[in-house]
Write a protein that binds this ligand. Structure first.
Ligand SMILES: Nc1ncnc2c1ncn2[C@@H]1O[C@H](COP(=O)(O)OP(=O)(O)OP(=O)(O)O)[C@@H](O)[C@H]1O
Ligand SMILES: [Mg+2]
Length: 373
């Protein structure tokens, strides 16, 4: 696609048309032409030039009417119009400006003057377009930020209010609380404080990723050892829900070109999700698969599964979907968003294969880098 500016010239006088056409082409402007108002309006259904040079006296609808119609159309109303006409009376100029034209040039015209005015309006129009895009981006960012703040405030409010009520209870009844009850209360206090802390840590993590402050150290690592380590670490949590974690110990090596800490975080999120959303008594199967250029880790559960429409939201920020934790685990809806960012930062891919009611399989894939190449 060329980024040359484009101008539509509308004039019934063929001499004027060809003269202007040559001027503009010489200064690398792409020119479209129309010989009257009707054909200009028709052409504007398909092209959106950066500027329109419009004659006034033309057969059929005149330039004023053409201008009026295109200023009424949301698709064309922002394209600057320059009248270029033999009508020299002030009343006509005023009329042209009232209709929304940005400039008015009278014939016979000086080539340099026309070119200078065209350049000025093209530059202004370009700046306006850029400004409009920036304003729209800022508006969207501001909306996202409001939404984000709303969710964070809501999610932090719960652990904080729980903490506060516990403190109030202790303050007002401390001499009547037994040691056992106190231990229970303090345990609750610790859980709700941890929830708040985990949320803040995740938000800081996301902030570092989004502001490009994430430091990645990619190297060839045997991911089998990391997966094994996480499986062992999570076996108690799985056992508490009577869930079997299946991962066959192997002597083979599965080298992937990843950052060790981030790989750990990814697999930990996926295994903890599988445990969190699986009903009691089910199994989770973890596999490593090696092919020519990539290594995969697949985590398959027998949980509730995720519908096609919810799968589209799965990796979004604050995506808490229909499946709910089956124990008392907390859910912030940020885990998979972080996973996707981390996977992509390591040139990998992550996706989910699932049928509602039939469990889910989360797969991450990372490239293999041959140390000899
Ligand atoms: N294995 C799974 N089976 C069924 N649903 C899942 C599974 N993993 C995730 N989900 C659904 O996707 C949503 C988003 O998951 P994600 O890991 O991003 O957040 P979370 O588990 O709610 O909270 P966090 O991971 O931040 O503690 C979950 O709330 C859950 O509804
Ligand atoms: Mg999660």
């Amino acid at each position: 696609m060329s980024d040359k500016p484009t101008v539509l010239i509308v004039d019934d006088n063929l001499n004027n048309l060809s003269l202007l056409y040559d001027y503009l082409k010489n200064i690398h402007i792409k020119v479209f032409i129309a010989e009257n108002g009707e054909s200009a309006l028709k052409r504007l259904e398909y092209i959106k030039p950066d500027l329109i040079l419009l004659d006034i006296l033309m057969p059929g609808i005149d330039g004023f009417e053409t201008c009026r119609q295109l200023k009424q159309n949301p698709e064309t109303k922002d394209i600057p119009v320059l009248f270029i006409t033999a009508l020299t009376e002030t009343v006509n100029k005023v009329n042209g400006f009232k209709l929304g034209a940005v400039d008015y040039i009278t014939k016979p015209f000086q080539q340099e003057e026309v070119l200078a005015r065209i350049q000025t309006h093209l530059t202004l129009h370009k700046l306006q377009k850029e400004q409009k895009i920036k304003t729209e981006q800022l508006f969207k960012l501001n909306q996202e930020k409001d939404e984000f703040l709303g969710i964070v405030a809501h999610d932090l409010k719960n652990p904080l209010s729980a903490t506060l009520s516990v403190i109030e209870l202790i303050t007002s009844h401390y001499d009547q609380i037994s040691k056992t009850k106190m231990t229970k209360i303090l345990n609750e206090l610790s859980i709700s404080s941890k929830r708040g802390l985990v949320l803040i840590e995740k938000l800081l993590n996301i902030n570092a990723m989004e502001s490009g402050k994430m430091k990645i150290f990619l190297q060839n690592i045997n991911i089998l050892l990391i997966v094994q380590h996480i499986v062992e670490e999570y076996s108690d949590k799985a056992e508490a829900k009577n869930i079997t974690l299946q991962f066959n110990k192997q002597n083979k090596s599965y080298l992937a070109f990843v950052d060790e800490n981030y790989f750990f975080q990814i697999i930990e999120n996926l295994i903890s999700n599988a445990i969190k959303y699986s009903p009691h008594g089910k199994s989770i199967n973890i596999r490593l698969i090696l092919n020519d250029n990539a290594v995969r880790c697949a985590i398959e559960d027998e949980g509730p599964g995720i519908s096609d429409s919810e799968q589209k939201k799965l990796f979004g920020k604050f995506s808490r979907l229909t499946p709910q934790p089956t124990g008392d685990e907390c859910s912030t809806g940020l885990g998979l968003f972080i996973v996707k960012k981390l996977v992509e930062a390591q040139n990998g891919k992550v996706w989910c294969e699932s049928d509602l009611g039939n469990g889910s399989t989360f797969i991450v894939e990372f490239p293999i880098v041959n140390s000899k190449s």
